[in-house]
Design a protein around this ligand. Structure first.
Ligand code: ADP
Length: 365
């Protein structure tokens, strides 16, 4: 059995898989703010909640947000890989440290257990340089300032699940939306990422729950001059986006609020999702399918229809009833573009990818 560990800044999600089959899962929240004091304590608590015979767990696999330019595939965590993840913490100061804490907590509990890392950036390693390069001086690009793209484990799972869907086959040009608290879109050509709305960090692109999405860098310079770098980072990660526009980062609350501000926040979210989506269609050279995943993408028919209607010039037409029911297939018979909801499945994707690395290692023995 394989333990999948998804460490966030204040939470740890655990899942145990036997092959691709989910056996148990547990979640621990509020680390450092009323809950467990740190990630090691959270892991202890989570393992207790899983109530698993520990001896059955053979390996652990961690979700790591940023793999940088070097870590582009799920891999065994060696000392070298751990050092590289740590080096990437400079690129992702809010995102990689929790994963490192999770890796070290597992190592302390079970020093001999093999550990694996799966990266949210890895799926986008196939993006062409024209998509990833910022037009900055060479010395800055050489330091790793480029677009990486995120939510890659979610998009890899979507490709797998669309392939598994009976009768559909993988569409050539697929625009995928991951709409949760974090939100992004990805251009997927023949199953490979060619462009992402997220960039150097998960701040860029769509309007999100608490992040603003795309900003003119001069806005950031103004904010840093006025508030300092730390306060600006907090503002852009935690106090912007839907929360800033509509008073809540919870899409359900915005629908229920009935205020002009909430309506504007919803409109902003859908407008920018469509604007970025259309830009990604230029990277794809057209559009054959749209997928929606994440808490909003899977559950919110109003948001889906507002986004699809703005993209109607590219051919997608929703079946209103299927969309309201939240069916798997949402396209009308007249639609030239398939539209699907695909449940998020990142943890299983991590398990499948880690299992493949383990099988490969065993084959080498
Ligand atoms: P995270 O990115 O933190 O994993 P989720 O994917 O769970 O977040 O998405 C959270 C968002 O999904 C919130 O805005 C929440 O309001 C929204 N959401 C969850 N369920 C529904 C629903 N049934 N209808 C509309 N929005 C929903």
């Amino acid at each position: 059995m394989l333990l999948v560990v998804n460490s966030g800044s204040s939470s740890v999600k655990l899942a145990v898989f036997d092959g691709a089959e989910l056996c148990a899962q547990a979640q621990v929240e509020n680390i450092g703010s009323g809950g467990p004091v740190d990630h090691a304590a959270a892991l202890d608590l989570g393992l207790l909640r899983l109530a698993l015979p520990v001896a059955q767990v053979r390996a652990a696999a961690h979700r790591v947000v940023h793999g940088g330019a070097g870590l582009t595939q799920t891999c065994r965590i060696t000392r070298g890989v751990e050092a590289e993840i740590e080096a990437c913490a400079g690129l992702a100061p809010l995102h990689n440290p929790p994963a490192l804490a999770g890796i070290r907590a597992v190592a302390r509990l079970w020093p001999a257990m093999p550990q694996y890392a799966a990266f949210d950036t890895a799926f986008h390693a196939t993006n062409p340089e024209v998509a990833t390069a910022y037009a900055l001086p060479l010395a800055e690009r050489a330091r790793g300032l480029r677009r990486y793209g995120f939510h890659g484990l979610s998009y890899a799972a979507i490709v797998r699940k669309v392939q598994e869907m009976p009768g559909s086959g993988l569409p050539k040009r697929m625009l995928s939306f991951h709409l949760g608290n974090g939100a992004s879109a990805c251009a997927i050509l023949d199953g490979r990422s060619v462009a992402s709305s997220m960039g150097f960090s998960p701040l860029d692109g769509l309007t999100m729950g608490t992040r603003p999405g795309g900003l003119d860098p001069a806005v950031v310079m103004d904010l840093v001059a006025r508030h300092g770098a730390d306060a600006t980072e907090q503002m852009l990660n935690r106090a912007s986006g839907l929360k800033a526009l509509g008073g809540s980062n919870d899409m359900r609350a915005l629908h229920g609020a009935g205020t002009p501000e909430a309506a504007f926040a919803i409109d902003h979210f859908c407008y920018w999702a469509a604007r970025h989506g259309a830009s990604l269609c230029a990277a794809l050279g057209g559009l054959d399918a749209i997928t929606f995943t994440g808490g909003i993408g899977e559950n919110d028919g109003i948001i889906r229809s507002k986004i699809v209607n703005r993209l109607a010039f590219l051919g997608p037409v929703l079946d209103g009833d299927a969309n309201a029911r939240g069916d798997r297939a949402l396209h009308a018979a007249t639609s030239s573009v398939a539209i699907w909801t695909v449940p998020a499945d990142e943890e299983r994707q991590i398990a499948i990818e880690a299992r493949a690395v383990i099988d490969h290692e065993e084959g080498l023995r």
